[in-house]
Design a binder for this molecule. Structure first.
Ligand SMILES: Nc1ncnc2c1ncn2[C@@H]1O[C@H](COP(=O)(O)OP(=O)(O)OP(=O)(O)O)[C@@H](O)[C@H]1O
Length: 306
């Protein structure tokens, strides 16, 4: 989607944004728009450019080329940034200060903060309010960083890999809090490696790879756009033979059966049945989000190396 053609004015946008670190191009001219009320997941492998994209949108970094817009203005203006909440990967908070004091101090920067007790409850910190920050576990420190990001009731919240290092229950709790904030009307930009997380939370996904946008879609749309379906069957043909057929992107031998990923599944099945009348135990299923992600990422790698 081209951000400038969007009928709804975005809360934040990158247009042709390019960012280099020395010789390395971290973002290679990307377009991205955050629409009111949506949860946008920025998904990608390590080094794809997710944190850099967030750094531009939140005014922490400046682009080398292109435009960055936040609430129609420049995010490098501190007055504009006051309208956002940001949870970074590393908060850098004072160790000796107690949790409630951190939250109270941050809340004082905002005109209409949440009551302290509500912020602590949303972040799951009620029982830790009197603890010094340094005496918290890594996961508990993440919750404090989250509390600071939401205490000012920002209409737009940025969270960078928020559930890294959280156990399964904490991750689920965190998801339900994000859903509640979205329900209150907060737009959320979330970076993640976890496809499951994007699938569970996001209205839209921007898939980044090597500093480029590989796809922007709903989680379901992303799955549909990815290269086809998986077909499993017991066959007399070899994996190498099927791998040469057009439209076949991957073949694996698994427990005496072949597992084939193909864009045109009907074409594959016609050819396979014609070549092997003994084809048995046939199963066809759509790719899950993880497989869709891998096939899109692999397609970009092919493009780069071609
Ligand atoms: N300050 C920096 N100086 C030099 N290179 C950097 C800097 N920050 C990021 N990079 C490089 O830019 C690229 C994009 O990094 P970025 O942190 O945006 O990726 P990411 O998608 O957030 O990765 P991860 O999932 O590992 O956090 C990487 O190759 C990274 O090594």
């Amino acid at each position: 989607m081209n951000a400038s053609l969007s009928p709804v004015r975005p809360l934040a946008a990158l247009r042709g944004a390019r960012k280099r670190y020395g010789a390395l191009t971290a973002l290679d001219g990307i377009d991205l728009a955050v629409l009111p009320g949506e949860v946008l997941a920025v998904l990608g492998a390590n080094g794809a450019g997710k944190t850099t994209a967030l750094g531009l949108l939140t005014g922490r970094l400046s682009p080398d080329e292109g435009e960055v817009e936040l609430f129609g203005s420049d995010p490098r203006d501190p007055a504009v940034r006051r309208g956002i909440g940001v949870m970074l990967q590393d908060g850098g908070l004072a160790d000796t200060v107690r949790v409630a004091e951190h939250v109270r101090l941050f809340s004082s920067y905002y005109a209409d903060p949440r009551p302290l007790a509500e912020t602590l409850a949303l972040a799951g910190l009620e029982d830790l309010a009197r603890r010094p920050y340094a005496e918290l576990s890594g996961g508990q420190q993440r919750r404090v960083q989250f509390a600071l990001a939401i205490c000012g009731r920002p209409p737009l919240l940025f969270v960078d890999e928020p559930t890294v290092g959280l156990d399964v229950e904490s991750r689920r709790n965190f998801w339900s809090v994000l859903r509640r904030l979205r329900h209150e009307g907060t737009a959320i930009v979330l970076t993640t490696h976890y496809l499951e997380e994007a699938d569970a939370l996001a209205d839209r996904v921007v898939l980044l790879g090597r500093g480029r946008v590989l796809a922007q879609d709903t989680p379901a749309g992303l799955k549909a756009r990815a290269a086809g379906k998986r077909v499993r069957a017991r066959s007399a043909l070899s994996a190498a033979e099927i791998a040469r057929w057009p439209g076949v992107s991957r073949v694996q031998s698994d427990d005496g059966r072949l597992d084939v990923t193909a864009a045109d599944v009907e074409g594959l099945l016609r050819r396979w049945l014609a070549a092997d009348a003994g084809l048995a135990e046939l199963e066809v299923r759509p790719l899950n989000l993880e497989e869709a992600f891998l096939s899109l990422t692999a397609a970009s790698t092919d493009e780069v190396t071609a």
